[in-house]
Design a binder for this molecule. Structure first.
Ligand SMILES: NC(=O)c1ccc[n+]([C@@H]2O[C@H](COP(=O)([O-])OP(=O)(O)OC[C@H]3O[C@@H](n4cnc5c(N)ncnc54)[C@H](O)[C@@H]3O)[C@@H](O)[C@H]2O)c1
Length: 269
């Protein structure tokens, strides 16, 4: 291993189970020499899976609901104590829509649910950044990465109000990226990831169809969670110091495709 994160301290949000993208990021970050705190919503801790990851990565767990300023304050303060200094990287790997969960059609959304979708999936990034900013908890040249999806730019009807959440998430990365970059040289980016088999991903209706569609359309096929983890590691590292305020497509080329013969020719032709 190259150990490109040697000496770096991080906070990783969103490892629910072995399928989670955040789980793979934690495994890779540990291999690359980082020390970090794992966090998730208190309710997600009940599954207990995260304890296995913590043991494997020699990491401590600090529960935090990403919609609670109080929890986030405690998370950053305790993480700096546990890790012995300011934080160098943060992974925001959080998404949830009650409208999707309860299969509400886009033309009949429940607005309390919609608020919740935006709060959990997008405003939480602002909360994380604002908490860190006020506590001056992130080192100069630190890197914050959040995970997004191409439904922020293009219409994927079954993605429902998560599309609005991702558009907002990417906007927060640009806006806060400006302020944090100016003030402390902290970088903020989003990675727009291929459809990936995880709890959040497979909860979207028709997931199998758009997973297969994207896989056939992309010249490289869909990027896996492990590939996404590698990309996150590169963005946490010092090799990408001048990258900020970007939405970076990590999708095997899907986002720049127009047509692919494999999609129009019947099988076998
Ligand atoms: N799976 C995909 O197809 C795909 C594609 C592109 C982007 N993404 C994004 O990747 C990120 C990670 O999702 P995943 O696919 O690994 O699924 P996942 O279900 O494993 O992860 C989602 C995480 O969000 C956490 N979470 C929900 N509410 C929270 C709250 N209030 N506070 C703190 N954490 C909370 C969950 O506990 C869970 O760990 C999400 O932002 C998702 O939208 C996923």
């Amino acid at each position: 291993m190259t150990q490109i994160l040697n000496g770096k301290r991080g906070i990783i949000f969103g490892a629910l189970d072995e399928q989670s993208i955040a789980w793979k990021v934690a495994e890779r970050a540990a291999e690359e020499g980082a020390q970090f705190v794992l966090t998730n919503a208190p309710i997600a801790m009940r599954m207990g899976e995260i304890n296995k990851l913590a043991a494997k990565c020699n990491a401590q767990i600090v529960p935090a609901d990403a919609t609670s300023d109080e929890d986030l304050n405690k998370l950053f303060t305790e993480s700096m104590q546990i890790l012995g200094g300011k934080i160098d990287f943060v992974l925001h790997s959080i998404g949830m829509s009650p409208n999707v969960r309860k299969a509400r059609p886009y033309t009949d959304l429940n607005y309390d649910f919609f608020h919740k979708t935006l709060d959990v999936s997008a405003m939480s990034l602002h909360r994380v950044l604002q908490t860190a900013f006020k506590l001056d908890a992130i080192s100069e040249w630190g890197s914050v990465v959040a995970l997004s999806y191409i439904a922020a730019q293009r219409t994927f009807p079954d993605y429902s109000d998560m599309a609005e959440a991702k558009a907002m998430l990417e906007s927060v990365a640009r806006s806060f990226g400006y302020h944090y970059g100016k003030a402390k040289k902290v970088r903020v980016n989003t990675i727009s990831q291929s459809p990936t088999w995880t709890t959040a991903g497979s909860g979207v209706p028709g997931f199998k169809e758009f997973f297969n569609y994207a896989d056939s359309m992309s010249p490289l096929g869909n990027a896996k969670a492990e590939d996404c983890a590698n990309y996150c590691i590169s963005l946490f590292s010092d090799y990408t110091r001048m990258v900020t305020m970007q939405n970076l497509f990590h999708d095997g080329g899907f986002s720049n495709m127009g047509i692919n013969a494999a999609m129009v020719a019947p099988q076998g032709e």
